[in-house]
Design a protein around this ligand. Structure first.
Ligand SMILES: Nc1ncnc2c1ncn2[C@@H]1O[C@H](COP(=O)(O)OP(=O)(O)O)[C@@H](O)[C@H]1O
Ligand SMILES: [Mg+2]
Length: 195
């Protein structure tokens, strides 16, 4: 194998390792969420970001993916949520974007994940999109269904988005996607805590 191919193979394995880790963490969270005590707390977005960013920081750098959008301006905003749940939702969305970009975008194209925040008094909207091609129109209705995946065995389990939806509903929030001009926007609605 050429050194480059070897590098790519190693890198791909790393991504699937992380994905597996995420899934097992999510499974644990789901178990947790069935227990009665999952009351929501006042959570600053900074806490959420700090618990997930280190898990993807190197991967983003290595893949040359830039994070853009206005989310850094709203780090101090508070939500009624659980840090672990919200972190898992954003982690899964970011990892899905990394997978899509790695699979579909050439190295010389600009690669980005965009996270925009639209703060609201009772509900705040997060909008996550990426420089990949998005979800094919005919699959859009399927991606939140458990075990639906377009990825090879070992890379995807198809549980990420369905668990994201369960977890968001448990926080009285919402997750959905819409396609505009060949781009998928994942919309995450979280209860604002303005008190
Ligand atoms: N950002 C994205 N761009 C393109 N397709 C996506 C994106 N996010 C999710 N998908 C599609 O949705 C499917 C389901 O995602 P998910 O539930 O996280 O499972 P998995 O990542 O294990 O496949 C993916 O296999 C992929 O086809
Ligand atoms: Mg996934």
């Amino acid at each position: 194998m050429s050194p480059n191919l070897e590098k790519i193979a190693k890198y791909n394995k790393k991504i699937s390792d992380i994905n597996e880790k995420t899934i097992s963490m999510l499974k644990g969270l789901l178990k947790l969420s069935r227990q009665p005590d999952h009351r929501l707390h006042s959570v600053k977005f900074l806490e959420v970001w700090e618990s997930l960013y280190p898990l993807v920081e190197n991967k983003l750098k290595y893949a040359g993916i830039e994070l853009q959008g206005n989310f850094r301006e709203h780090m101090d905003k508070r939500y009624l949520a659980l840090v672990e749940y919200l972190a898992q939702v954003f982690l899964n969305l970011i990892i899905n974007s990394i997978h899509s970009i790695e699979e579909n975008c050439k190295k010389n194209e600009r690669r980005y994940i965009q996270i925009d925040v639209y703060p609201g008094k009772s509900v705040t909207l997060f909008e996550i999109s990426d420089s990949g091609p998005g979800v094919p129109e005919e699959l859009i209705d399927k991606i939140f269904v458990s075990y639906f995946t377009t990825k090879q065995e070992g890379t995807g389990t198809g549980l990420g988005l369905s668990i994201c939806r369960t977890v968001m509903e448990r926080m009285d929030g919402e997750i959905q996607t819409k396609k505009i001009n060949n781009k998928n926007f994942f919309e995450v609605r979280v209860l604002s805590d303005d008190a």
